[in-house]
Design a protein around this ligand. Sequence first.
Ligand SMILES: [Mn+2]
Length: 416
Amino acid sequence: MFDGPPSAPSPGLVGEALKFYETLSKENMATVAFAQESGAAVGSITFVDGGAIAEAGSPDDILGAPAGHACGCFCKPLESGSSDRCDPMSHGYDTGRLNLPFVGISTFAKAPYEPDWTRINADVAILGAPFDFGTQWRAGARFGPRSIREASTLFSFGHAGAYDHEDDVTYLADTRIVDLGDADIVHTDTLASHANIEAGVRAILGSGAMPVVLGGDHSVNIPCVAAFSDQEPIHVVQIDAHLDFVDERHGVRFGHGNPMRRAAERAWVSGLSQIGMRNVSSTAKEGYDDARRMGSDIVSVRQFRAMGIDAMLDRIPGGARYYVTIDIDGFDPSIAPGTGTPSHGGFLYYEILEFLDGLARRGAVVGIDLVEVAPDYDRSGATAILAAQLLLNLIGRIFAPNRPNVPADDGANLVT
Ligand SMILES: [Mn+2]
């Protein structure tokens, strides 16, 4: 059957399509535009009360923008991108495909897929790190990136941005996101897998985009932070139920209990704010002693709530370059059960969104990872939806006008 806009129009195609749409749309008024992959339009059809008129026209006449993107959509291309890549937020309700969230390929936020890591041209680049050999209890975070991408389509209706009525701001309207796919993972080989993740993050940083890495277990933070070795110093802000500050156990130094220790050792990490630690099963006492000695500020969920978000923000150096690492188990298992090591007494959504919103006003956010989503423990999908919702709302706020990541017209608040 006829399935969306034709990819190989022929002289008789408009007539064939007319017959099809006559049966489909007899009762309705509808406008249908056709284009071929080369970008040349072959015609448009307007139905009025069951009648049809076919007319020829140029792509711009018919679609308002060059057509024929690789993804098959009819949206406006990215301004600075090539003509084969599209701006997913430019989909309209009155032109082109409707492209509902459950339709199409699940890149993150249905953003363009960029498999060539030498051609990154965006504000934000998404990299999957489906690695979970670093876990010490339940594995499954290797399926985190796919689940977060799938969940993110829920928020990708294409309303030309995301209007927040409380803030009276349309977020994500001008933010260019690309999805690079996943770093290659070599089963049983942690260091090779981590090296591939590091190479991806380095490619993103080299392009000037902000990396957003989808884990994977928390060990993937180790190559992410390693990739900043030739950058200006970063302050690491961690949301997590666990301190992850183990130095070495049975020779293991790159598992998911080690990343904050490895980060604290890096010369380019100026400090750590570790938020959400609670209960048994976090790092042993010597880890806490080491963390404090190495400069960490450690705050539990109950301490965070008692002091409030503003006081928490005041404990973090102002005007710094922040690297944000979010372990989904920092949230309460009642809203995030899909993780390997859940721990009750965790955060709720708006506590963390408001905190991260404040952080994105306090300085530039230069990198993010979100880790430990293990979707098979949550058949509702709510954990992956939480991850996608938090990331999209955070990215929107980081790139909102006049934030430190986005220079004002006079460049006054540009953080370099
Ligand atoms: Mn962790």
